[in-house]
Every structure is written in structure tokens, then in C-alpha cells.
Design a binder for this molecule. Structure first.
Ligand SMILES: Cc1ncc(COP(=O)(O)O)c(C=O)c1O
Length: 335
């Protein structure tokens, strides 16, 4: 199995066919990244079925909630991704600081469930992961491995969490409820800072050909999904704000990183032209934008008001690739 990059062709057709049959038997449908980026395009029949499923149920339809458009109740879709705008009284700056909320994601109440799907789904649909014989191994300090276990379970795969033994009791209690077998929780020495020990264990487990390690630091799906899905969603938040106040300009994106998965969302949400594609008010300033919903502040063809596009920053990004120190809360996560 290729370790880096992403396959664009089916690698093993026989395995692909048997996986399709395995999923069909369990009535599992996989959402495309495009559907998760624009969840209003999810077929109506699926959305109707989802209405009867709780956001924390181990149900395959919850794959269709792995996006930023879940409302505060986590069941229904909202028009614009849920967010809060921090007031000047709190921040001390006139700039509006917007925090997107990750708590509405299904099953684990954090956006890492998206990273997990983004890593597993490409391997499955290219015939590189056998849900009947492989075990999906999810190394992390907590949220990504919970996301991995949740996604594996609802995709009828065996998921294994590898995390430091001193992480919070809540994380382990959650894992105990979700794994197929207690041996699917592998505890490594230490706590949040002991990422090396997690990967030492992975190197050991990797010797078993039935184990497939989904290393979020190098799975390209993690990067791609955040670019395509998170970036577009955050762009939509800004789009909705600038529709109310056209003077607003997007200056920066920041996220506290673990695997650097969310950072490409900054590239997408701050650098491309018109974004969400969600039907709303057409842009009045140019002809290019008339076919779909556009907002002048996003439109790359509209004249800049205060800042030339070449200076539009992708923002400061704090990168802590090895999780060596306790990181600050990211704007993606629940405060
Ligand atoms: C709640 C939360 N926010 C942010 C991050 C970091 O995001 P990323 O790995 O996409 O850089 C993580 C884990 O890595 C996390 O669990």
C-alpha cells in the first residue's frame, strides 16, 4: 500500500468489489468530499433518513453529518456553519474575530471525526483497505483516535485507538463504549507530550500485515479534506458576514495545529475567489458571479477596497507538529 500521496485509481479491483458488497449488506453509503463541503447537496432521501438518527448513534448515516453545517442541536443542518464572533470588549481589538465551533460534529463533538473519515475513505474506495481482515489503527492523543474508532465502527471496520495512558478518564470511558474489544484500546506511556511513544508502538504494531496505521501527519486525505471541506465552510462564514457588511475584509486565518490538517483550510478560505456556492444573493459587482451565489468581498474579480489581493494574508498559523507542548485551543474547537 502506498504510504504517501493519494491514489486516484482503484488499486485492487477484487478487494474493491468485495468491500462494496460488504458495505451494501450493511446499507453503508459513503458521502463524497463534495457532499461534505456542500451538505445541502446530500440527496433528500439520506437527509430524511438522518432525521431519525441521533448524532451520537453508531449509525452509518452519521457519516453524512461529518461536516461544519450541523446546528447547535447537532441534528439539523444550518444555513451557515455555526460560529461565534468575539466582541471587542473581550478581544481588545476592533477586528472581528470569528470562532468556528467544532462541537457540533457527530459522535465525538470535535472536528477530528472529519480527519478520520478523510484518511479511511480514500483507502477504502481505492481497494487498499479490507474491512473484513484489516484493523484501522488510529494513533493520537485523543480526539483523532476517538474519531477513527467512531468512523471505523460506522463503516463496519475494526478500529484501534493508540493513545497515552495518562490522557483524560473521559476519553477512555468514551473509547470503552465504542471499541469492539477492550484490546482495541492500546495505552502508551505518558500523556499529551509523549507523541514519540505512540509512534514507537505503531512501529511495533506495523509488523503485523493486518494492521493499517492511519498516521494523520502523512495521510494526504487529512490535508485534502480540510482544504476542500473546512476551508469552504470557513469561507462561507465570512461570506455570510460580508453579505451583511460589504466593508469587511478577511485578514487572517489561525488554527492551533496538531497534525497540520486544518491549516490548508486557511489557504482555501483566504485565497480563492468566490466560495460556498450556496444559492443566496448574487454579486452585483461583476458578471462572472451571476450564475451562482456570490458575495463581492469574496469575488476575485471585484476590485479590492482596502488591500490588494496580493497582500491578502493567509494568516498566522501556529504549527506544533509533534504535539510536544500543550497547545492553545484552536478556533475550530469548542471553547
Ligand atoms: C480539538 C482539536 N483541535 C485541533 C486539533 C489539531 O488539528 P489538526 O490535527 O487538524 O492540525 C486537534 C488534534 O489534533 C484536536 O483534537
Amino acid at each position: 500500500m502506498a504510504r504517501l500521496g493519494i491514489e486516484t485509481e482503484i488499486v485492487d479491483r477484487k478487494l474493491f468489489a468485495s468491500t462494496v458488497a460488504w458495505f451494501r449488506e450493511a446499507k453503508i453509503t459513503l458521502p463524497t468530499f463534495a457532499e461534505l463541503a456542500a451538505p445541502w447537496t446530500i440527496p433528500a432521501a439520506i437527509r430524511e433518513g438522518l432525521a431519525a438518527v441521533g448524532p451520537d448513534e453508531a449509525h452509518p448515516l452519521n457519516l453524512f453529518r461529518v461536516h461544519w453545517y450541523n446546528g447547535p442541536g447537532r441534528r439539523a443542518q444550518v444555513e451557515v456553519p455555526d460560529h461565534v464572533v468575539l466582541p471587542e470588549a473581550v478581544t481588545g481589538t476592533k477586528a472581528q474575530i470569528v470562532v468556528a465551533l467544532g462541537r457540533n460534529f457527530p459522535m465525538i463533538e470535535a472536528h477530528k471525526v472529519l480527519a478520520a473519515y478523510a484518511c479511511l475513505a480514500p483507502r477504502v474506495v481505492t481497494g487498499q483497505f479490507d474491512p473484513t481482515t484489516h484493523r484501522a489503527l488510529w494513533p493520537s492523543t485523543g480526539n483523532y483516535c476517538r474519531g477513527g474508532v467512531a468512523i471505523s465502527r460506522i463503516m463496519r471496520c475494526r478500529g484501534v485507538a493508540i493513545l497515552p495512558a495518562e490522557m483524560s478518564r473521559e476519553r477512555f470511558e468514551w473509547l470503552e463504549r465504542w471499541v469492539a474489544d477492550p484490546s482495541d484500546i492500546v495505552k502508551t506511556p505518558g500523556s499529551e507530550s509523549n507523541v514519540k511513544e505512540i509512534y514507537d508502538k505503531c512501529a511495533e504494531l506495523d509488523r503485523d500485515p493486518h494492521n493499517v496505521i492511519f498516521n494523520q501527519f502523512c495521510e494526504f486525505g487529512n490535508h485534502l479534506a480540510h482544504y476542500a471541506i473546512t476551508g469552504r465552510a470557513l469561507g462561507h462564514v465570512f461570506e455570510s458576514m460580508s453579505a451583511r457588511d460589504p466593508e469587511l475584509r478577511l485578514r487572517a486565518f489561525t488554527s492551533a495545529t496538531g497534525s497540520a490538517g486544518t491549516t490548508p483550510a486557511g489557504t482555501r478560505s483566504t485565497s480563492t475567489g468566490c466560495r460556498s456556492g450556496r444559492p443566496s444573493t448574487p454579486c452585483a459587482t461583476c458578471s462572472i458571479c451571476t450564475s451562482a451565489a456570490r458575495s463581492p468581498a469574496w469575488c476575485s474579480t471585484a476590485p479590492p477596497r482596502t488591500m490588494p489581493p496580493s497582500r491578502c494574508s493567509t494568516g498566522a498559523t501556529e504549527v506544533d507538529l509533534f504535539g510536544a507542548k500543550k497547545r492553545a485551543k484552536t478556533p475550530m474547537e469548542v471553547a
